[in-house]
Ligand binder design. Structure first.
Ligand SMILES: [Zn+2]
Length: 358
């Protein structure tokens, strides 16, 4: 029986970036409540992992000291500071500073680290922090709704301790911040499957971004076509993720599980259902590796509630209640079917050809 931790502190689900902001942290409280109602936490293999604050030294595994100080200053007095000291106009509108931002985001990052510690110490085989997975933040700036890059901090802490880490990012957006943090090392394999289109944030994630120096071939990008559905996604996922993870033979698996790949997500154009999403978690669980599972994007709040509940139930090894699943999944037919499947095959082939396995 797999011991599965669930990272939790009510405060990770309470912060508000801005009332009209698409990222709704309360979605993770809905996951917690759904799992509680189902009785998931009463299972003998379920563990609540208490959240904690990340220290400045831990944040500095990825972020510059100057940036951490800037986050603290804006956290304390955002309205008194010149907006351009936070970033450009896009940064300000996508990732606005808010009062208490440093404390809120250090708690999210620390909760991801607490999940990592649970797994490394073997108190749990897998631990999930749905409030984490903030994969766009860079060393010295906020980006794409992300202030501190908790997945990169977790991977960096593992690499510092001599572990080889496979990071798999299934968010609809490219995991650019994590890729950048490990672009020149073969100690961390980063694989990102994401929508790729000229208009789509963040604009990176081409297969030709393959890492450099000893990291060449260890950054892997699967650039998916808009409208990719469960069937096409499975083609790309199966061709790339299991062979690369097995060949890399990591000590620890870290996953970023944004569910903005959902067909009804208001800000993306992928077309997955809860069934396609569950399939990814079955594959992750099947690696039978120590596993730190993080959240990520997801802007259809009820889809995230159901998807992340399903993800944790897969970790627990529990049957999925039918009411958590979509009743019908979108599926392209005819010529669209051929186009999507062909695009998925090509995306996978390009990713593999640029990888260390080529
Ligand atoms: Zn996303």
């Amino acid at each position: 029986m797999t011991l599965a931790g669930f990272g939790w502190d009510p405060r990770v689900a309470e912060y508000v970036m801005r009332p009209d902001h698409p990222l709704k942290p309360y979605r993770y409280r809905l996951v917690y409540e759904t799992l509680q109602q189902i009785g998931a936490f009463a299972r003998t293999n379920a563990r609540i992992v208490k959240g904690r604050m990340a220290s400045d030294d831990e944040l500095a595994l990825v972020h510059s000291r100057e940036y951490i100080q800037r986050v603290r200053r804006f956290s304390d007095a955002a309205s008194a500071l010149p907006p351009d000291a936070w970033g450009d106009r896009i940064t300000w509108s996508d990732t606005p500073p808010w009062p208490g931002m440093h404390q809120d985001m250090a708690l999210v990052a620390g909760t991801s680290l607490a999940c990592m510690e649970e797994v490394v110490s073997k108190r749990a085989r897998v631990a999930f922090n749905g409030s984490g997975g903030l994969h766009h933040a860079k060393s010295d700036r906020a980006s794409g709704f992300c202030v501190y890059n908790d997945p990169a901090i977790v991977v960096a802490a593992l690499v510092r301790d001599g572990k080889r880490v496979a990071y798999v990012d299934i968010d609809a957006h490219h995991g650019d911040g994590v890729q950048a943090a490990f672009y020149d090392t073969d100690r961390a394999l980063t694989i990102s499957l994401h929508e790729f289109a000229p208009w789509f944030f963040p604009g990176t994630g081409r297969p030709s971004e393959r890492g450099e120096g000893s990291g060449a071939g260890y950054s892997v990008n699967v650039a998916l076509a808009p409208e990719t559905d469960d069937t096409a996604y499975a083609i790309a996922f199966d061709a790339v993720v299991p062979p690369l993870v097995r060949a890399f033979a990591p000590d620890v698996l870290v996953t970023q599980g944004g569910f903005d790949t959902y067909f009804n997500c208001p800000i993306t154009q992928l077309a997955l259902s809860t069934h396609g999403y569950e399939r990814c978690y079955r594959a992750f669980a099947g690696f039978d590796l120590p596993w730190v599972a993080l959240g990520g994007g997801g802007y259809d709040v009820d889809a995230v509630r159901r998807g992340w509940s399903i993800a944790y139930l897969v970790m627990l090894g529990v049957e999925i209640p039918a009411e958590l699943h979509d009743r019908a999944a979108p599926r392209a037919e005819g010529e669209d079917r051929e186009l999507l499947d062909g695009a998925a095959h090509r995306a996978a082939a390009a990713a593999l050809a640029a990888s260390f396995l080529r």
